[in-house]
Design a protein around this ligand. Structure first.
Ligand SMILES: Cc1cc2nc3c(=O)[nH]c(=O)nc-3n(C[C@H](O)[C@H](O)[C@H](O)COP(=O)(O)OP(=O)(O)OC[C@H]3O[C@@H](n4cnc5c(N)ncnc54)[C@H](O)[C@@H]3O)c2cc1C
Ligand SMILES: *[C@@H]1O[C@H](CO)[C@@H](O)[C@H](O)[C@H]1NC(C)=O
Ligand SMILES: *[C@@H]1O[C@H](CO)[C@@H](O)[C@H](O)[C@H]1NC(C)=O
Ligand SMILES: *[C@@H]1O[C@H](CO)[C@@H](O)[C@H](O)[C@H]1NC(C)=O
Ligand SMILES: *[C@@H]1O[C@H](CO)[C@@H](O)[C@H](O)[C@H]1NC(C)=O
Ligand SMILES: *[C@@H]1O[C@H](CO)[C@@H](O)[C@H](O)[C@H]1NC(C)=O
Ligand SMILES: *[C@@H]1O[C@H](CO)[C@@H](O)[C@H](O)[C@H]1NC(C)=O
Length: 535
């Protein structure tokens, strides 16, 4: 009765606001609901509620927007941002959003490629977990509890304070939030050795659509399976994760060498496809593709940068590369011995005077344009050289000077998990993943269409050479081009299974089953959330 009464009001808010700065009073009811949910804590909860009338609203909203494509004046903004300090604040927000017909978007690190943690076309509230970031490390048992709002870099840093022998198989980029990262599986420098982040989770704490606080035992194995790779924002708000820590050696070795087309980049990349997936588990191997002005020819050329991180000494890696990939022409000077933390800073090209930078959640990678569109592919059969030639001509188009591709080798430990171990299905037989990215400056945000058109054309070009039926994609590299749910959430199973099978293959069915049990009303939803079966 109550929610029916309030619905028309909310729609008036949206349209009269026009997402402009003139704030309406109509979400006062929602705010009243929040402060009366736990009257004894009302003073506390008001300290963590922001509307457009609070001067720090914009700063809080923008603090972890990691794709400035969604920071434009016409980007829909939340009516309210809540930065909970307590579980009861989370429960209050769920309860009041439900009774007032508002959608919730949960944000941990704000890296969603499509901005789904802080943008919605319907009236919404952001639950920003920036204060939920405590980290509790148990060195003896090689475990840790980490809250969702912590960034990967904080976890690396806090473990390293306690011991240099252990770490967590987290993300490459230190600013990635633990909450979204683990929710989508999560890979990084150690995934060929220890699997995904999701493969290394022992327990979790989740608040469901009814405000119940569940752990692994009370949520059951189906839901515990679903939250470790089924994508964020579908099942509830995950507050924290208990993870396994993994051993690392005291010496880690890195190399990174660039080869242009004139230096046989095509032949080398072609060969790499056969070499990298079969390297020992201790090697992480990536080829980054970009274009540069050739110094030799004066013409624009493709640069393929071959980077590896090895859990061991320079001598071992040098011998290995000499045996497996002599064509790359590595010399002794290319191999740099460092520590695990040093290797993270090396691959992200972070200023490395001090590791404190790992704690900086607002740091913006120099490797990525401020605003961007990205896509992903998985490859199961090596691409022929002729296909690479065609790829180069796409990359050498004038519009594409900021385009990059990262080609990340799979194999190793990833081959040992059955496809159904987690929702993440891209396991045995995957040679590598490709991510495509094209970026622009914030000033160009009003017309990024030519860049978006270019990356879509590239994606079409690649179709014959990548996985098919389904064409697989990584849920943590969210791409709304591959399909989206209806705004009202009344999405059919058939419609959702188009993008669902790309991200999850046959695991999509089990995700739908789990969703139907935990959130049959489809309260937690977004453009690519898992739909309940009979909705
Ligand atoms: C610069 C950059 C580098 C990256 N590097 C890597 C990498 O090395 N490895 C990798 O695997 N991926 C990487 N990614 C992708 C990244 O893993 C995903 O974007 C991930 O979803 C980000 O998590 P987040 O918490 O930062 O994002 P958010 O935008 O906060 O969340 C992403 C999604 O999860 C939901 N969500 C967030 N927190 C919760 C929660 N606590 N409970 C329930 N749902 C939640 C959100 O609503 C949203 O749908 C990178 C992305 C960027 C932009
Ligand atoms: C935002 O403004 C409201 C109304 O003035 C106030 O009650 C609340 O405490 C403010 N929020 C924060 C975080 O200061
Ligand atoms: C709420 O969080 C604050 C700050 O973290 C803490 O001091 C307080 O004890 C918490 N209250 C409850 C009821 O959990
Ligand atoms: C780390 O491992 C080394 C040898 O492997 C050992 O000597 C050292 O005590 C360990 N340090 C910690 C803090 O566990
Ligand atoms: C490129 O490959 C050719 C043929 O294999 C070889 O002769 C040449 O030296 C290579 N060039 C470079 C720069 O490595
Ligand atoms: C490459 O050359 C073009 C044209 O000469 C120039 O505008 C551009 O700034 C150069 N780019 C780099 C990265 O040097
Ligand atoms: C820091 O980076 C520079 C440049 O990449 C490198 O020469 C140096 O060895 C690095 N220092 C450490 C401590 O890793």
């Amino acid at each position: 009765m109550k929610s029916v009464y309030h619905l028309p009001l909310l729609f008036i808010v949206v349209f009269s606001l026009g997402w402009s700065s003139s704030s309406a009073d109509s979400h006062e009811d929602f705010l009243d609901c929040l402060s009366s949910y736990h009257p004894q804590e009302s003073s506390l909860i008001s300290r963590v509620i922001y509307t457009e009338r609070n001067s720090s609203y914009s700063a809080i909203l923008e603090s972890s927007i990691h794709n400035l494509r969604f920071s434009a004046p016409n980007t829909p903004k939340p009516l309210v941002i809540v930065t909970p300090l307590n579980i009861s604040h989370v429960q209050a927000t769920i309860h009041c959003s439900k009774t007032h017909g508002l959608q919730i978007r949960t944000r941990s690190g704000g890296h969603d490629f499509e901005g789904l943690s802080y943008v919605s076309e319907v009236p919404f509230v952001v639950v920003d977990l920036v204060h939920f970031r405590s980290i509790d490390i148990d060195v003896e048992n090689e475990e840790a509890w980490v809250q969702s709002g912590a960034i990967t870099g904080e976890l690396y840093y806090r473990i390293n304070e306690r011991t240099t022998n252990l770490t967590f198989p987290g993300a490459l980029c230190h600013t990635v939030g633990i909450g979204g990262f683990i929710s989508g599986g999560g890979y990084g420098l150690l995934f060929r050795k220890y699997g995904l982040a999701g493969d290394n989770v022992l327990d979790a704490q989740l608040v469901d659509a009814n405000g119940r606080v569940l752990d692994r035992r009370s949520m059951g194995e189906d839901l515990f399976w679903a939250i470790r790779g089924g994508g964020g924002g579908s099942f509830g708000i995950i507050l924290s994760w208990k993870v396994t820590l993994v051993p690392i050696p005291s010496t880690v070795t890195v190399f990174s060498v660039g080869r242009t087309l004139e230096q046989n980049a095509t032949e080398l990349l072609h060969r790499w496809q056969y070499v990298a997936p079969n390297l020992p588990n201790d090697v992480y191997s990536v080829v980054s593709i970009s274009t540069v002005n050739g110094t030799e020819t004066g013409r624009r050329t493709v640069l393929a940068t071959f980077t590896s991180v090895f859990q061991g000494s320079a001598n071992e890696l040098m011998a290995l590369m000499q045996e497996r990939f002599p064509e790359l022409g590595l010399v002794q000077d290319n191999f740099v011995e460092t520590t695990w933390i040093g290797s993270l800073m090396f691959v992200s090209q972070l200023p490395n005077e001090t590791s404190e930078i790992l704690l900086d959640r607002t740091y913006r990678s120099t490797l990525l344009s401020p605003a961007f569109k990205a896509k992903s592919d998985y490859v199961r059969k090596p691409m022929p050289e002729i296909a690479l030639q065609g790829l180069w001509s796409q990359l050498l188009e004038d519009v594409a000077t900021t385009a990059t591709m990262n080609i990340i080798s799979y194999g190793g430990k990833m081959d040992e998990f059955p496809e159904s171990a987690l929702p993440f299905p891209h396991r045995k037989g995957t040679l590598y993943k490709i991510d495509y990215n094209i970026g622009w400056q914030e000033e160009e945000n009003n017309n990024p269409q030519r860049y978006i058109n270019w990356i879509r054309k590239l994606y079409t070009y690649m179709a014959p050479f990548v996985s098919k039926s389904p064409r697989e994609a990584y849920v943590n590299y969210r791409d709304l081009d591959i399909g989206r749910n209806d705004e009202d959430g009344k999405t059919s199973y058939k419609q959702a299974s188009v993008w669902g099978r790309k991200y999850f293959k046959r695991n999509f069915d089990r995700l739908v089953y789990v969703k139907s049990k935990i959130d049959p009303e489809n309260f937690f939803r977004h453009e690519q959330s898992i739909p309940p079966r009979f909705h």
